[in-house]
Structure formats: C-alpha cells, structure tokens
Design a protein around this ligand. Structure first.
Ligand code: HEC
Length: 211
C-alpha cells in the first residue's frame, strides 16, 4: 500500500548492514543542520521521507477526487505530484520520487533508470513468483556514488482505487485528460495486486544538502 510505505517491517532488504538502530526505526525527525548523522539514521530518514511522500500524495489525491471528481484529479496529479515531491525533498533533505515498472510509465520523467531499473526488474521477478509488491524493499549502502550515503526503494502495489486511472476500463472523460497530458501513456492495463512501480529515496552523505 502506498500509505504504508515505510511503516511495516522491511521483509528482505538487500545489503543492509547490521546496526544498533532497528530497521524499522519509527518516525525520524530531520536532524538539526550541522549535526553529524551516524549511518543507521540515514535509513530512518529515507523511510520517513518515503512515508511522508506516499501519505501526502494519497491524501491530496483523495481530496482532489472528492472535491473536483476523477477527471479533474488527473490534472491535479499532473501538476501536484512533482510539487509534493519537491516539498518533501526540501523538508527531509533527501531526494525521492516514483518510477514505473519497466515499459509501463505515464510521465516520461518516471522511467526507472540505473539502480532503479535494476531493482524494478528484480522486484517484478519476485512479484511474478508470488511476492507482494509492497513487501519488496531494498536498502543500498555499498556501490552508491560519492556524496550519497544510502539509497532505498520499495514496491508500490496497485489497489482497487488506482484502477480508474491505471486499469483496463478507463472512463472516457479520464482517458481524454490522460491523452491530453500524456500522449505516450503506458500506465494503463494494471490489475489489482500488480507491481505498479517503486517509490525511492536517496540520502546525501552530508546532511542538509541534496546530492
Ligand atoms: C485520478 C487519476 C489517478 C489515480 C486514481 C491514480 N493515479 Fe497514479 N498517476 C496518475 C497520473 C496523472 C500520473 C502521472 C503523474 C506525473 O505526471 O508525475 C500518475 C503516476 C503514477 C506513478 C508514477 C509512475 C508513472 O507511470 O508516471 C505511480 C507509481 C502511480 N501513479 C501509482 C498509483 C497508485 C498506486 C494509485 C492508487 C493508490 C494511483 N496511482 C492512482 C493518475 C492517477
């Protein structure tokens, strides 16, 4: 579940180093500027930022749908999803975003590349063999570029509420708005329980700056 990002125990994280802080460290508060952050806190920061991003997206999308109806909510997503990401990045001092599973993106800016492309492929393979999308979690500390302390990603599950904009039977008014903003839309045809994509976060090595 989008809303559950970061709140449930991480089942099989990739390459997690053992540390004194539990993996599911609760709500991290952003460290004061200039604070030296020990390695385990980076994961808590990534988790808190991802959770905040997922919850804000979900809450604001729900509000827009209730207030203006689903076709207008397409415009909302188009304008607000990137802005919400910007806000959460600024507040948490991390980079984050969402990407689609390979070949299934709506916004061309959400194509999984590099490390996210690799993870998307392995998450998809795990889901194809029975894994739950939201149970796919990776935490990377090794092989990250200079200036980055930690990278984290989690699978996003397609829920019933997503189908009106990502499923098979898209209402004509919604389809028209989608075609207007996303002429090359490849993010329809999903089924409930599919892996839709990944939510990711990147924590800079130097707290308070983004890489
Ligand atoms: C009202 C229509 C609508 C609903 C409902 C909706 N989405 Fe989307 N979704 C969009 C639009 C529009 C975009 C493109 C946003 C952008 O331009 O950044 C998008 C993009 C995404 C992306 C980014 C990857 C990509 O292909 O661009 C993910 C992941 C995603 N949606 C998941 C979900 C999930 C999971 C749900 C259900 C919890 C959901 N969406 C419900 C309209 C919707």
């Amino acid at each position: 579940m989008l809303a559950a990002c970061g709140s449930e125990p991480a089942p099989a994280p990739v390459a997690v180093e053992p540390g004194p802080v539990p993996e599911t460290a609760p709500e991290a508060t952003a460290p004061a500027p200039g604070t030296v952050v020990a390695a385990p806190d980076a994961q808590a920061r990534a988790q808190a930022a991802m959770k905040d991003f997922a919850e804000r997206l979900r809450g604001r999308l729900r509000e827009a749908m209730t207030r203006d109806g689903a076709p207008a909510a397409v415009d909302f997503c188009h304008l607000e999803a990137p802005r919400i990401a910007e806000q959460v990045m600024a507040e948490h001092g991390v980079r984050l975003g969402r990407v689609a599973v390979p070949g299934r993106n709506r916004n061309p800016g959400n194509v999984a590349e590099g490390w996210l492309q690799e993870l998307a492929v392995s998450f998809q393979a795990a889901v194809d063999t029975g894994g739950a999308p939201e149970a796919q979690v990776a935490v990377l500390r090794e092989d990250v570029p200079p200036g980055i302390e930690l990278r984290m990603a989690r699978g996003i599950r397609v829920e019933a509420a997503c189908l009106m904009c990502h499923g098979d039977n898209i209402a004509p008014e919604i389809a028209a708005r989608l075609a207007e903003h996303y002429p090359g839309d490849r993010a329809t045809g999903f089924k409930e329980g599919d892996l839709r994509g990944l939510i990711w976060a990147e924590v800079p090595a130097n707290p308070g700056t983004t890489p």
